[in-house]
Design a protein around this ligand. Sequence first.
Ligand SMILES: Nc1ncnc2c1ncn2[C@@H]1O[C@H](COP(=O)(O)OP(=O)(O)O)[C@@H](O)[C@H]1O
Ligand SMILES: [Mg+2]
Length: 254
Amino acid sequence: MAKTITITDSLVPNPAPQSTIIRLENIFKIYGSGETEVKALNDVNLTIYEGEYCSIMGPSGSGKSTAMNIIGCLDRPTAGQYYLDNVDVAQMDDAELAKIRNIKLGFVFQQFHLLPQLTALENVILPMVYASINPTERRDRAAAALKKVGLENRLNNKPNQLSGGQQQRVAIARAIVNRPVVLLADEPTGALDSRTTQEVLDIFGELNASGITVVMVTHEPEVARQTQRIVWFRDGEVIHTNLTPTDLTQLAMS
Ligand SMILES: Nc1ncnc2c1ncn2[C@@H]1O[C@H](COP(=O)(O)OP(=O)(O)O)[C@@H](O)[C@H]1O
Ligand SMILES: [Mg+2]
């Protein structure tokens, strides 16, 4: 049975995007050297505004995950500036990056990455342990986040007692529990069937409507079409910064 997902803020209209939340300037990422050198990102410039719901598309190997890992402060560029919420994070050390990541960003990956020995509730509590939030508040906030994704009846289930779609919803609850300014998702529906894909997209849409900036990598046009803006990568470069879902339909037909 599909669960009804209610997020109370969903009727609040999106504010017009204006302030910059992510700005990549002349970003290069080079792996290896000499014969084996790979320019995974080749002079990428990209601005994402607060409140946007944006998808990143492009062929396999075009640099989407590399860009997401840099945007998500999981990796540093070889060269270039990256301003996250107007702070230059490109050259921060690991400890500083970890802190920024924990406070400002939430992540969702294709393979969920839940800890198998922990319950749903414990998985969602984890990021708050690192953020030094007291135990009672941790529990309350984790339960509220799980309720937000429609899993209030699954708090004590371990990942192997949950379906793929439910596991991804736990991962989303974990990603939003520290109230990030940006939610990043790399192929979040890649391991899901079409019905659970839609459940996940409905949650992203409602989170975005409640004010969170959402950036998602996908190779599925029907997923990208549900976002407001599509960025297109090819060979480590941004080829289009602002395709609309209608543009995508026309591209597909051309
Ligand atoms: N850790 C790495 N070491 C060497 N090459 C890498 C590494 N990660 C990615 N690459 C290469 O960088 C390019 C971009 O990869 P990636 O960002 O994963 O592409 P996408 O997510 O669009 O499929 C590819 O040619 C890939 O093989
Ligand atoms: Mg990838």
